[in-house]
Design a protein around this ligand. Sequence first.
Ligand code: EPZ
Length: 442
Amino acid sequence: MDKFLIRGGKALRGTVKVSGAKNSALPAMAAALLTAEPVKLHNVPKVRDLITMSKLLAFIGARVSVTELPAGDYLIEARALNDAEAPYDLVKTMRASILTLGPLMARAGVARVSLPGGCAIGARPVDLHLSALEKMGAEIVTSHGYIEAKVHGNGSRGRRLKGAHIVFEKITVTGTENILMAAALAEGETILENAAREPEVTDLAEMLRKMGAQISGDGSSTLRIRGVEKLHGTEHSVIPDRIEAGTFLLAGAITGGDLTIANCVPEHLGAVVAKMEQTGVPMEIVDKTTIRVRRAKKLAASDMTTEEYPGFATDMQAQYMALATQAEGTSAITETICENRYLHASEMMRMGAHISVEGRRAVVRGPAALSGTTVQTSDLRASAGLVLAGLVASGETIIDRVYHIDRGYEGIVEKLRGVGANIERIHGPGPETKQSALTAAR
Ligand code: EPZ
């Protein structure tokens, strides 16, 4: 297993360029299953989860072509779906595989998708995805760890979902994306209330419109989708990754450097920028694609509560906790989205942070002088939080099991080194390289 070795204490300076959004590229890839025509995707981040998704699409029968390895551009052709199934072996490595359920039901009227099961940050059920599809006429049973879904034949086009009026009990990002894709080919209109407003949802809606879908209301809590008979191919460039951009913003702030984050969308980071200004960090929106962060005269504690977009993202919570360990005073953090998302706290405490966790609330007292040690990562964003802690800790920090971070951050070591961090990847025996996975997908 690869590890990172960080020697902390260096202020980050210079410009770092943000890659495409993992959580936008994943549904965009799944959406290619909605048409038999070619779909070209650009600005796809070169991270493990996209390799897993391309393997899954290939398993389902799509042809996935790339021009370089690892790939930033994909050509996906789902001429025929020879197997409307997402097997456990792939789904267990990536919950987002559930995003194939909506397109398979829309295109083939049948799907067999492994239940994702829980993960380190929570139970994360998919009941809302299933109940919404049932409202659209799907018959769903779950057995032997699989979702078995089908629509009975009706009318001229055989198995076709029906438009429905759906109100999500809870805001769900991939749930919204699944129903958006399912409804795009359904009969009639679907109204989806209490929908997710994340920029990744809007990006998917824009791609689907380019494929011929009739969608309105994206960015608001109510989506309207008028189903069409057929969707065609398209070319789409996914949006920049706001979580990667936010991670670098906090890396600049926590090291007291002067960092420019390029190729991002500042408005997607409204809540993060506002919170950092409250802690005393000078932020500058340089232009439509650039933010600059500089050293705070005094880093002040500030309470934070995670929320659905446009609130403060749960995927930024661990990174914010790292910053709070260096702020003067007490910061109360409340995690409202995931029930078990403080696994990084105990590792930060091992580095000398003063944190107490009670249920969904964590109280951080700062500033604390962190000292380097070996820490374990539990999930993607917890790893990012520990990297930030390592950047300010004295001595050496070894971050173990970084395959978590490779799932969602493209070239994070190279990018951090490019702005002055003393970090290196220590290669070790372990999970398959990107190379072999993509070759399999061809
Ligand atoms: C998406 O996950 C993101 N993943 C997650 O990012 C992110 O943490 C999460 O949204 C919240 O912002 C992708 O986009 C691929 P949800 P998703 O459904 O869609 C509950 C990362 O680090 N819920 O919005 O799976 C659920 O348990 C990842 O990149 C139900 O109860 O999250 C959670 O408490 C980690 N039933 C809440 O809703 C359901 O059917 C929000 O989950 C669905 C969700």
